[in-house]
Write a new protein. Structure first.
Lengths: 112, 116
């Protein structure tokens, strides 16, 4: 039962353009969502999060959008830089649950 | 560096041997988590501690796996009688209950296990 899904295994974007990574979830109890970035052979690094009381959160080049009715969130990176090439995971949790549920990840490649 | 620290970073072991991983969380964090990640998948929750109490264990954590956090600081994850299916990256993470970002967990660099 995959409660958090990232349906695109990979994405290729040109440097300077916008990268949009998508994530869908099925559990309506989720109320906190996060994005992590992972380089090979390293642990995931926290990027940005959003609470279900908001529909947008921005931090520098990173913006996360939440559409609760569609159970969908997305991460926008603009402008994309070569150092953004990594695997991106979305994750979700809910009040009272102490663990995060992760999607399968999307490998982002930024081309020069 | 005050991040989550894990060691060893890499471990190759023969099937049937026991292995132990250690995790030192961010110093003021009272919650500690263990996750496992295999190729092409996201991290999967194994167990978590609040201070020294182990409060939840995933069904993924078979009886060959045991985790401890004896003094509410560092934690160990031991795998007994390793099997090839145990080959994965074992990730430790920590968070601070009661902080504004209490639901945000911070990961260490992971410990790679290869069972041959």
């Amino acid at each position: 039962d995959q409660q958090v899904k990232q349906n695109s295994p990979s994405l290729s974007v040109q440097e300077g353009r916008i990268s949009i990574l998508n994530c869908d979830y099925t559990n309506s109890m989720f109320d906190y969502f996060l994005w992590y970035k992972k380089y090979p052979a390293e642990g995931p690094t926290f990027l940005i999060s959003i609470s279900s009381i908001k529909d947008k959160n921005e931090d520098g080049r990173f913006t996360v959008f939440l559409n609760k009715s569609a159970k969908h969130l997305s991460l926008h990176i603009v402008p994309s830089q070569p150092g953004d090439s990594a695997v991106y995971f979305c994750a979700a949790s809910y009040q009272g649950a102490q663990k995060l549920v992760f999607g399968q990840g999307t490998r982002l490649t930024i081309n020069p | 560096d005050t991040g989550v620290s894990q060691n060893p970073r890499h471990k190759i072991t023969k099937r049937g041997q026991n292995v132990t991983f250690r995790c030192d969380p961010i110093s003021e964090h009272n919650r500690l988590y263990w996750y496992r990640q295999t190729l092409g998948q996201g991290p999967e929750f194994l167990t978590y501690f609040q201070n020294e109490a182990q409060l939840e264990k995933s069904r993924l954590l078979s009886d060959r796996f045991s985790a401890e956090r004896p003094k509410g600081s560092f934690s160990t994850l031991e795998i007994q009688r390793t099997e090839q299916g145990d080959s994965a990256m074992y990730l430790c993470a920590s968070s601070l209950l009661g902080s504004r970002s209490g639901n945000t967990i911070y990961f260490g660099e992971g410990s790679w296990l290869t069972v041959v």
